[in-house]
Design a protein around this ligand. Structure first.
Ligand code: ADP
Length: 473
């Protein structure tokens, strides 16, 4: 490896400290993979109500952002990666990370500009002068702007990488709130963080970071033409933008070692997967026989995830058996609730966030459905492969990059054209036909279980990105 670097990895959620989706999984597993490559990586996130269940301790270190104080806490991740947590109870000691399911806290601009400023203050207070601050999604988007604004030479050598995990979430707020960022006025115009009359924390990351990346090669291409209004900026920065497919943490997502599931199994012991299926069927009091595949979805219930499409295609789902785990917009929750009410023997829903249940559903189902309208990377389909659960996915973003259609010999799943009923119906039919052919199904399952999406390769790619933006490169 080229020279080891000091990296501060900043995110709004990090598994197991706080999680609402895939960003937390990445934050919990990429930094340890970078540490294995020799880098000194440390993580920073807010200290929420939910982080209290983790073994953390106060560092008795106070920082001040304007007149508001924060206290630093510390914990650890795999590979002894230090994790710093920013405590300010008024901002972060709340039941949810960003707001009630389907909504946002009204002071998110205040909360996350505070968090970004705290990240920079924390480095100095902890005497950790990073070569790189790795920023993730809009919550951290102001950090590159603050680094441009700051006059203290202590910060002058710090370079930034901004990773786009989901361009659909932009942190756009009324310009009236610009003063809460405490940025100089020159940042408030179109050359700064102004975006169609609002201010955008995401835009700040996109224009002020030294390098940009997103979490799959296909999504990297897609967002340069369909980028939620950011496509122009992304085209301009295309020389600094790359796509790196996320990895999987197999110490967390592996049916051979998973302590949260009914029975452990691997490619050589697939009969044990049947026991996980039996346990799941029992848990939800479903009445289905061996010859019927059990479908599942484990997802945030947001428009991105293709639930509007499923509502239109509900006729195609009518004869299926399915377990859904999800939390989010009430119209989607209602749709699934009604579906389960009308077909209690074949449909079950858990409208909550439950990590253990996510593992059990993945292990106990035959098929995972991901009909996303767009999908930056998607991790659940990669987890499903390891659990011998065959993905049916729309051919977008990372879903397209990570799943190859099964042709009877090679391939790991089934794909359909997003938002296309006919194509969806065909994919469903193909999967049903394949399920009925035992040797074919086993081959398909084994192909998936053989896939290796571990982080090593992606961590190498991040490592060379970091080197590329070093001042002496
Ligand atoms: P996204 O990041 O868009 O939410 P991903 O597929 O990348 O989608 O990652 C989703 C992660 O969140 C997976 O680890 C999945 O198991 C988890 N997840 C999503 N919804 C729930 C839920 N309701 N309960 C438990 N885990 C969930």
């Amino acid at each position: 490896m080229s020279s080891p670097l000091k990296i501060l990895w900043v995110a709004a959620e990090v598994f197991p400290f706080a999680k609402t989706g895939g960003l937390a999984d990445v934050a919990g597993s990429l930094p340890p993979a970078l540490k294995k490559l020799g880098h000194d990586v440390r993580i920073l996130l807010p200290k929420y109500a939910c982080t209290k269940s983790q073994p953390i301790h106060s560092l008795n270190q106070e920082i001040e952002i304007g007149k508001t104080k924060a206290t630093l806490f510390a914990g650890k991740l795999a590979e002894d990666v230090p994790v710093y947590l920013v405590e300010n109870d008024a901002y972060f000691d709340r039941e949810y990370l960003y707001g009630e399911p389907g909504s946002e806290y009204s002071d998110n601009a205040e909360r996350f500009s505070f968090f970004c400023q705290a990240a920079l203050k924390a480095c100095k207070a902890l005497d950790f002068q990073p070569d790189i601050i790795h920023c993730n999604d809009w919550h951290t988007g102001l950090i590159p702007a603050y680094l441009k604004a700051i006059e203290d030479p202590w910060y002058s050598k710090i370079r930034t990488l901004f990773s786009i995990h989901n361009l659909g979430y932009q942190g756009n707020f009324s310009m009236d709130k610009f003063p809460v960022t405490a940025l100089p006025d020159r940042f408030s115009g179109p050359e700064g963080i102004e975006f169609y009359g609002q201010m955008s924390f995401l835009k700040s990351g996109l224009i002020f970071a030294d390098a940009l990346n997103t979490v799959s090669p296909r999504y990297c291409k897609e967002i340069q033409t369909a980028g939620f209004g950011m496509e122009g900026i992304l085209q301009q920065r295309s020389n600094s933008l790359t796509g790196i497919l996320n990895g999987v943490d197999y110490s967390v997502w592996n049916p051979a070692t998973d302590r949260l599931i009914a029975e452990n199994y691997g490619p050589g012991s697939l009969s044990q997967k049947q026991k996980c299926r039996d346990a799941l069927i029992k848990k939800f009091s479903l009445k289905i026989d061996k010859n019927t595949p059990l479908l599942c979805m484990i997802t945030r219930l947001s428009s991105q995830k293709g639930i509007d499409f499923l509502m239109e295609a509900s006729e195609d789902l009518k004869n299926q058996c399915m377990v859904v785990l999800g939390e989010g917009d009430s119209k989607y929750e209602n749709f699934f609730r009604e579906l389960a009410k009308a077909n209690p023997d074949r449909f079950a829903v858990a409208l909550t966030f439950d990590d253990a249940l996510a593992h059990q559903i993945l292990a106990g189902s035959d098929i995972l459905l991901m009909p996303s309208i767009y999908e930056p990377c998607g991790l659940t389909q990669m987890y499903a492969l390891k659990y011998g659960t065959v993905p049916i996915v729309s051919s977008v973003g990372g879903l397209d990059d990570s799943i190859q259609p099964f042709d009877g010999k090679t391939g790991t799943g089934f794909k359909f054209v997003p938002d296309d009923r006919k194509s969806f119906k065909q994919a469903l039919q193909n999967s049903m036909a394949c399920f009925a052919d035992k040797p074919g199904w086993e081959r398909l399952i084994n192909n998936g279980m053989d896939m290796d999406f571990s982080w090593d390769n992606a961590a190498q790619q991040y490592s060379s990105l970091f080197q590329d933006i070093q001042p002496n490169h």
